[in-house]
Design a protein. Structure first.
Length: 511
């Protein structure tokens, strides 16, 4: 199990195992999504939107019907030679103009529920007038024409008019039936009187076609109504998501401001916190050493030792908190120079060696020789190695073993690996251990409990160096921590150039 550190220092103190969610917002979004998937719009909920769509369709196709009527009139005069069709054309164009005029008036009015029903009835009346004009066209006769050609001419014209009406006006329910019911009644009456087979066939064909187009128009209308319903539901969901996002952004902004204020406060309180602690440590040490004279009561001397030890522990805790606060507040500045990881590792091992011998722990070394220097902050890297070594010594049992390795990475960088044979960390507790103030179950049960800030500080320092921190652990097998510095921080030494020819100075020439 490995866990790499993020390159952003402000994320190193976040518990990555927890998912922070706003339960009310999540519930609202879930309810809206279910309504989007399962709900249907109530009847009449989109009457105004449907009527506006119909009005727009009528106005956009206003020139189609006049052009079609003029073409039919010209063809009728050419084939039949009867000028009565001109009267029909004038009546049809007048009815169509009245319908367009109503559509324009309706678009300029503010639609309410009552006005919507009123204008719908008026527009249906306009379509009925157009249907009466087509009925007048259907009952016309021509004595000089052949019956078959006349029926074909009227049938083709009526079918085209029916298809145009169904295509442009399907958003107005019952439009096809209202428009062509006069035509059907006129043809039924005429075929009933004449009882000619061609007239009866034309009546049956047109009636069937009207019913079919009415069915198609109704399906198209319902489909568009469903699309409108989904559009409204989608808009509601988007609005709720925007509100939830704005609430989340505001909460995050306030949390960041509070966190930054806390970090700045702690970073600025370094002097105010350390000054009294240094006085406590100094005076308690003087009293414990009886520099100014002996203490008559032995209990007082024991108290001064306890005060000094407790003050030292508190000072270490404050130093760690202030270090993490400075890193989070962006005030942790690196003093970079050329350093050797081998030398720093040996010094740190020597500093913890006495404590390791007290627990009979063996610290082994495996260093690659002649490692070049790296460009880093010496104090910060010492803190990293000391924190990792202290954790290893703290959690390694009596008679354990710690292996320290320093060497090259596959990418050309350098690494420091510290591996122990301690109790290890459960896999599910690794994110907790890497978070600020986080401690695993082994650390809680241990007698040497810490603050839980060592590993977050290590992650933050390595992130400031553009490095990486990896923690590998298995329960009852041990833990290995690896601190990696990238290849661009390795300082490669350049050998001296021997037997190089001197570059001759070029003489200047002037034009």
């Amino acid at each position: 199990m490995s866990n790499g550190v993020s390159t952003s220092t402000d994320k190193n103190i976040v518990d990555k195992s927890r998912s922070h969610r706003n339960k009310p917002v999540a519930k609202a979004v879930r309810v809206t999504r279910e309504r989007l998937q399962s709900s249907h719009a109530p009847s009449g909920a989109f009457d105004r939107d449907v009527l506006n769509l119909y009005i727009n369709a009528v106005l956009q196709g206003a020139s189609i019907i006049p052009l079609f009527v003029i073409i039919i009139a010209i063809l009728g005069i050419y084939f039949t030679g009867d000028t009565q069709i001109v009267l029909w054309a004038i009546l049809t164009l007048t009815a169509h103009a009245a319908n367009v005029f109503l559509a324009r008036r309706a678009r300029k009015r503010e639609m309410t529920a009552i006005r919507t029903r009123k204008w719908r009835r008026l527009l249906l009346l306009g379509q009925f007038l157009i249907g009466c004009c087509w009925a007048y066209f259907a009952i016309q006769d021509c004595a000089a024409c052949e019956p078959a050609n006349l029926v074909l001419y009227k049938g083709a014209t009526l079918l085209i008019a029916l298809s145009l009406t169904a295509m442009w006006n399907y958003m107005l329910t019952l439009c096809v039936l209202v428009t062509f019911s006069p035509v059907v009644f006129a043809l039924v009456a005429k075929s009933g009187i004449s009882r000619e087979l061609l007239e009866i066939s034309l009546t049956a064909t047109l009636t069937t076609t009207v019913i079919f187009f009415h069915y198609i128009s109704d399906r198209l209308f319902r489909q568009n109504l469903r699309i409108l319903s989904y559009q409204v539901e989608k808009d509601d969901l988007i609005a709720e998501l925007e509100v939830a996002k704005s609430m989340s952004d505001e909460a995050r902004r306030r949390a960041e401001e509070a966190n930054l204020a806390k970090s700045r406060f702690l970073a600025s309180m370094s002097h105010e916190l350390r000054t009294p602690l240094n006085a406590i440590l100094g005076f308690s040490e003087v009293m414990s050493a009886e520099v100014m004279g002996p203490l008559n009561n032995p209990t007082y001397k024991e108290y001064t030792s306890d005060i000094h030890r407790s003050g030292q522990h508190l000072l270490n805790l404050i130093n760690e908190i202030l270090d993490l606060s400075r890193i989070e507040a962006g005030k942790y500045e690196l003093s970079e120079e050329a350093i050797s990881l081998l030398d720093i590792s040996e010094d740190c091992i020597g500093m913890v060696q006495l404590r390791a011998r007290g627990k009979n722990i063996t610290i082994s070394q495996q260093f690659e020789l002649e490692l070049p220097a790296v460009w880093a902050d010496e104090k910060s890297m010492r803190q990293v190695i000391l924190n990792l070594l202290s954790n290893a010594v703290k959690f390694t049992p009596q008679g354990g073993e710690i292996m320290v390795k320093v060497g090259w990475t596959a990418g050309g960088g350098q690494y420091i690996s510290i591996k122990d044979n301690g109790p290890g960390i459960p896999e599910e507790e690794i994110p907790v251990v890497l978070s600020a103030f986080g401690q695993g179950s082994i650390a809680i049960k241990s007698a040497e409990q810490g603050t839980g800030l060592g590993l977050p500080i290590v992650q933050a320092i390595l992130a400031k160096h553009d490095g990486q921190f990896i923690l590998k652990s298995k329960l009852r097998e041990g833990t290995e921590v690896i601190a990696i510095l990238p290849a661009r921080r390795v300082l490669q030494s350049v050998p001296a150039v021997e037997n190089a020819q001197a570059v001759s100075r070029k003489r200047r020439s002037f034009a």
